[in-house]
Design a protein. Sequence first.
Length: 446
Amino acid sequence: MIEPISGFSKLTKDQKIAWLSKTYLKSKEGEKTLRQYWNEDLKLQNLHDEFTENSLSNFYLPFGIAPNFLINGKLRAIPMAIEESSVIAAASNAAKFWQTRGGFKVEVLNTTKVGQVHFLFKGSPEKLERFFEICKPKLHDSVSDITANMEKRGGGILDIELRNKTDLIENYYQLHCKFETRDSMGANFINSCLEKFADTFYSEALSYSVFTSEEKDLEIIMSILSNYVPECIVRAEVSCSVKELPGENTEDAKAFAEKFITALRIAEVEPYRAVTHNKGIMNGIDAVVLATGNDFRAVEAGIHAYASRNGKYSSLTHASVENGMFKFWMEIPLALGTVGGLTNLHPLVKVALEILQKPSSRELMEIVAVAGLAQNFAAVRSLVTTGIQKGHMKMHIMNILNQQNASLEEKRQLVDHFRKQTVTHSNVIRELEKLRTLDSYKSVKK
Ligand code: MEV
């Protein structure tokens, strides 16, 4: 029987691996693999170990580039960290397609972030309102040492509002606070301000003589930023004449536009489709968010909440044809940083940001949104024409061959063979077996 372990985090990395090996791993293979992924450069390995608690090894993801993205007139190569075989190829295809059709037009619409102090107050809402107005300047003053630097960079606290939520939960109120955090994602800044607000609000209430003793005893439940940022929005768009859309002739191109728009309408009204449709968008978004050291969980949560803002989960992208022009666009919330966090720590993140020419957080919002829109264009284009499997399996063939321990020569021959053949898992296995039988026949004959 497995016994719980106490003080695990205090063990050395070697001791942790030894315990893991003894307790959970069946063979020495697991232990060997964990060590195999250590970096030879001890300083670098140490940096990675210190990112998180109980780190045992490194977990690789491919880091690739999708070039030829024309964004607001500037040609960019977009770094992406992703394991799904076809994502970078699809992004590159979409980039190439739109590069000759005016490129991507992107605009950051606003950059406001939100945090809340949630508290319970038993008493007169009017008295609380008056107290809040008196206390508000004190709340601002109480965080002046935290906000000084941010204000120098043009950011800070934009607003603090008292919100009465007693219709939802008895005695429940919020300090709903808005922030501008410039090039940082701002989580630490926002949370530090909120915790200070909570302390100040609580202690000021205690000494507010107009409150009864019950009113003075307001209860702070929690203080935390919100990853829902519907006022931190970026809009990305592509457009071209319908005639320039894929197809042998104008009629084909028109039919493509119609089918594409119908596919988007389906994703707008049908949640089963919308989730997969938006997942395809997130293939592009997450890959850039990860490569640039940002918090993809925050981005995911915020975007999916936004996709449900009208009470039903729906497509993030939209398309139309007006006066012979095809337009395809998306608006999404994105809270990103290009300073702080992992951005100036992780060596590959630093390279990614250098590839992007050291973008501001607004520029990174634009680039990430474009990666999402491009990904969705590529996916829907495949879906309404060839189907998704053709392109996907072409890229996936390497994974199938690696699972079968194919040699370099076998890979070369089979990738060549499948250039013009349909790739399915069973077709690849069959061809590999054929090749192996032929090879063993040849070696016996020798
Ligand atoms: C696969 O990772 C993503 C797609 O399913 C997206 C979509 O269906 O639009 C291809």
